[in-house]
Design a protein around this ligand. Sequence first.
Ligand code: ADP
Length: 436
Amino acid sequence: MKVLSLFGLRAAVQQVIDRAQNPKEQKRIKIAIDLIAIQAFACIGVAIFAALLTGTVDGYYFTSVLIGLTILVAFLILKGYYRITLAFDLISLNILLFFLSQRLGSESGINYYYVAVGASAFTIYGYEEWKTGILMGMLSLILFILSETVSAEFIPHNERFSSAQLGYLSVVNSALTFFISAYCIVMMLKINYDSEKGMLEKQAIIEHQNEELKKANTELDRFVYSASHDLRAPLSSISGLITIMEKEKGSNDAQYIALIKDRVKAMDVFIKEIVDYSRNSRLEPELKEINLPQLTQEIVKSLAYFENAKDIKVRMNVPENFTVHSDNERLRIVLNNLLTNSMKYADLSKEEPFVEVNAARKDAFVLIEIKDNGIGISETHQSKVFDMFYRGTDRSKGSGLGLYIAKEVVQKLGGKISMRSAITEGSMFTIELPAS
Ligand code: ADP
């Protein structure tokens, strides 16, 4: 292959390879083309060596036919007649070797080439077509035995070589045979190795997918259980409140309506969380440059309705033009969930309840910190707050999905989220996102 591409034949060779039905056949075609290139160089090389040895270029009839055959075969293969030409080449090579062997005698080492031709046949046909490989191998074996045992009268013996010269020729031929056979064996091993490696890679992918599937299944089970509870709970409170309102006939309507509103809001938040989760797992991230302070301000503004909001100071320690290369909607979800929590779990008994947003670049990452001096998270809860439906405090009126979704989203963005917290002191959530 590499040798052929030197002569600008790469495109033609590639076309032949592209016609193959599968990667394995492609590899075999590449090997076959390599072997034909080796065949060409071996024929020409040995002919030149023999000519130099004897000092004459007369009498190379069979060698010339061999070289002609190689050129014809290369041409036909490049024309696309791959299979038939290969069989034709192997049969012709065997027959020509028989004639050459009769001309030069077995002392020339010409019979070694039967081994090389047989090995080539096995390599090219492989296990998939082992019967054809064996047939070709048998042809080489039979002609080898005939060459060693029979003397065909109609082929005159070539007397040009002295026995010393035949000895040199034998060395060259055996070395070449060794090289070609070794090449065939290495290629056979390589095909085996490659397909084993491919299988292992596929197995690893399947195992990974299996794990993902298991995780999805467990999540789905827990999800159905908790979601049905979380969706039904506000509905039954609303229905209970309506019953009371009917009984009391309007005396406390305003109070009940406020409670109903509260329940409806909880349901709305929960449904939004489910949608966020589903979007995150279904859609691929759309990366673009996001202005972080601007996005954070938008979220803080949208949280203004929070009952605690007016008592909490939001400190923005992010430079005005700080950008993050990420998915806008996903980053909004994460920041929204973290900032909402900082407000929900604020400690209003402190002198100055605050939420602080910091951002910095570190190597190939962008670090975003959301820090508060809220109620903090006790050590027993810290390892579980990122779990699905986990609520760490009685103060939670939510579904326990906020941090779980934040973790899933950050993972989808190729980053990490971590948390440090001390009960009664406050919490700090750090998001680490790839910078590009
Ligand atoms: P939810 O707020 O709906 O309970 P989350 O997944 O957002 O669910 O949070 C899980 C738990 O983590 C909360 O119930 C709370 O105990 C704890 N938590 C999250 N953020 C904070 C925070 N900033 N300060 C104190 N506790 C927090």
